[in-house]
Design a protein around this ligand. Structure first.
Ligand code: FNR
Ligand code: LAC
Length: 355
């Protein structure tokens, strides 16, 4: 039978990928406690359905920062997607466009903003920003994204330095020399190809709230802060010009010991109090996970490894199938919760599991 869920795609991807890329994709920091916790924390939340509600017509459609999307499930920015499949980010872009949702393109993608835009013209996209030490390269990338119609800049703030990722050390993972990464090529020119850890050394560890404010002041598109993990920083992000925050711990790949994102979400939502949109990523593997995030106040979620497993298993078709499976799961979940739309899901639809 065809893969029925994200876990099926994960197993297919495990069979298909070489050990180095698999370790890079699947792995997290240190003991990978946060990596596991992102998934486990969803299982500790219980759904509270309401019955005898007319759910004859259920729609997953919503808006994120004013953009219409077919579902509150966005495609997150993941680096180096040509490690998963030769079509890389262009396949992901076509699948996201066909699904009617937004794709985030990584700064260190294996296809640049213009190439990805050309692969799926007119589709809504965001550009994820890492600031290189070379400010000229950073500005050129942002300009290319804006010129190609990217609708927001998502500044990632949880990775000022590389984390300790022991799976990568064990496989001695290095980027294959034939895989080009346009942004890195722009920084290092024809010099030796950096390892993933060395890539981080090209990125400045010194940006601060003041830089966020400057970016927001001069950006022609909204700025999103990705990687907020506390109420304090969510508030600062709002005060420094962010249009949205993504509650994210980088999929457990940066600071190990941070709480699961679904457990961090309530304090951020409470504090932000509607000043900006709150999104979440980390550990989303089922439509029920999406519903739990909506219930706790997220406008939408981003998926990472879930679509990556589809890409590795079956290219564009795999990403399309994962997006379609999650959309269907969410549709069923909404109906069974007694909700006709994502905006109908409220805090009353979840409870904590007893210990
Ligand atoms: C990422 N993530 C990431 N984030 C970012 O801002 N820029 C990037 O280049 C990358 N690259 C990247 C590569 C890989 C292989 C992974 C798994 C993740 C983090 C990503 O955007 C997102 O926060 C997490 O993937 C969410 O967790 P899940 O959905 O993978 O559990
Ligand atoms: C990672 C970086 C590239 O998580 O964001 O590997």
């Amino acid at each position: 039978v065809d893969p029925l869920n994200v876990a099926d795609y994960e197993r297919l991807a495990e069979q298909k990928l070489e050990p180095g890329p698999l370790a890079y994709f699947a792995g997290g920091a240190d003991d990978e406690w946060t990596l596991r916790e992102n998934v486990a924390a969803f299982r500790r939340l219980l759904l509270r359905p309401r019955v005898l509600v007319d759910v004859g017509s259920v729609s997953t459609a919503t808006t994120v920062l004013g953009t219409d999307v077919s579902m509150p499930i966005l495609v997150g920015p993941l680096a180096f997607q040509r490690l998963a499949h030769p079509d890389g980010e262009t396949a992901t872009a076509r699948a996201a466009a066909a699904a009617g949702t937004i794709m985030g393109l990584s700064t260190i993608a294996s296809a640049g903003p213009a190439e990805v835009a050309a692969a799926a013209p007119g589709a809504p996209r965001w550009f994820q920003l890492y600031c290189f030490r070379d400010a000229g390269v950073t500005q050129a990338l942002v300009d290319q994204a804006v010129d190609n119609g990217y609708r927001a800049i998502a500044l990632t703030v949880d990775a000022p330095v590389p984390a300790n990722r022991e799976r990568d050390l064990r496989t001695m993972f290095a980027l294959p020399p034939e895989m080009r990464v346009p942004s890195i090529d722009a920084v290092v020119g024809s010099g030796p190809r950096p390892s993933p850890a060395e890539v981080f050394s090209l990125i400045t560890p010194s940006i601060t709230w003041r830089d966020l404010q400057e970016l927001a002041d001069r950006s022609p598109v909204p700025v999103i802060v990705k990687g907020v993990m506390t109420a304090e920083d969510a508030l600062l992000a709002c005060e420094h010009g962010a249009a949205a925050v993504v509650v994210s711990n980088h999929g457990g790949r940066q600071l190990d010991g941070v709480a699961a994102t679904i457990d961090l979400l309530p304090e951020v939502v409470d504090t932000v109090g509607g000043r900006c949109e709150v999104l979440l990523d980390g550990g989303v593997r089922r439509g029920t996970d999406v519903a739990k995030a909506l219930a706790l106040g997220a406008r939408a979620v981003l998926i990472g490894r879930a679509f990556l497993w589809g890409l590795a298993a079956d290219g564009e078709r795999g990403v399309s199938r994962v997006l379609e499976l999650l959309r269907r799961e969410l549709t069923t979940t909404l109906a069974l919760l007694g909700c006709s739309s994502p905006v109908d899901v409220t805090a009353a639809h979840v409870a904590r599991a007893p210990r």
